[in-house]
Ligand binder design. Structure first.
Ligand SMILES: Nc1ncnc2c1ncn2[C@@H]1O[C@H](COP(=O)(O)OP(=O)(O)O)[C@@H](O)[C@H]1O
Ligand SMILES: [Mg+2]
Length: 235
């Protein structure tokens, strides 16, 4: 599935009756209960909630890193209950996933990290090299293009990971506390970038954060408490 196709769907994320449990039998622990969530293409949604409420689990289900057990979960046209093999791989490759703990390869420079992500997708429009440089520059790393992670601060590394997730202009960006390691100036830069992608590119962004200062920057605020959607408001 090409990223462009994904923007045609009526809902970018369409979840209903989704439950999820870890473990089995006596060790079974349910962490998501009857989740209903629909996010429109081009929407910038923030998911928040206390630690342990199930945010990362839900994000990993949307990202097809975990297999759904019960309910319906259709994202950018793919039914994640059914998806397997090459289609599952293509779905994951098409996403922009920003993990809580990014793993940059120590041997690669900022530019090379992003280039490797770009090279995974052979249908990127435009000049790849120019796009990599301008994206890193937009994220405040213009002077650090050829630095390895050991020469970058935590916040700079996180911004490399963000560039890596966005370089292929994914239709759907999933970000797990992406600004936790960033100061307020860099948080603004990243939020501005997400908003711009949503507005100009039709990118759907689902971002987990516990930072109340950024709630107002999103179109949508979903609050997850003890595995249930406690509130869901459009702004
Ligand atoms: N791999 C796992 N195995 C068992 N329990 C898990 C696993 N991952 C998370 N949990 C449990 O699921 C619940 C939700 O976790 P998580 O989705 O990480 O919450 P959040 O991201 O909101 O902090 C927590 O009680 C956590 O302990
Ligand atoms: Mg989490």
């Amino acid at each position: 599935m090409a990223a462009g196709d994904a923007r045609k769907h009526e809902k970018a994320i369409d979840i209903s009756g989704l439950d999820y449990a870890f473990g089995e039998h006596e060790a079974r622990k349910q962490v998501l209960y009857d989740i209903e969530l629909a996010v429109a293409p081009g929407e910038f949604a923030i998911m928040t909630g206390p630690s342990g409420s199930g945010k990362t689990t839900l994000l990993s289900l949307v990202g097809a890193l975990r297999r759904p057990q019960q309910g319906r979960i259709v994202c950018v046209g793919s039914d994640l209950m059914r998806l397997q093999g090459v289609e599952l791989e293509a779905y994951r490759t098409g996403l922009g996933f920003i993990f809580q703990l990014h793993n940059l390869f120590p041997a690669l420079t900022a530019f090379q990290s992003v280039q490797m992500a770009a090279d995974l997708r052979d249908d990127l429009p435009g000049d790849k090299m120019e796009r990599i440089a301008s994206l890193l520059t937009e994220l405040g790393l213009g002077e650090r293009l050829h630095y390895r992670p050991s020469k970058l601060s935590g916040g700079q590394r996180q911004r490399v990971a963000i560039a890596r997730a966005l370089v292929h202009r994914p239709a759907l960006v999933l970000a797990d506390e992406p600004t936790a390691a960033l100061d307020s100036q860099n948080t603004e830069i990243v939020l501005g970038l997400f908003r711009r992608l949503a507005r100009e590119n039709g990118t759907t962004v689902l971002m987990v954060t516990q930072d109340a200062r950024v709630f107002e920057r999103a179109d949508r605020l979903v609050n997850l408490v003890d595995g249930r959607i406690d509130s869901d408001s459009r702004r």
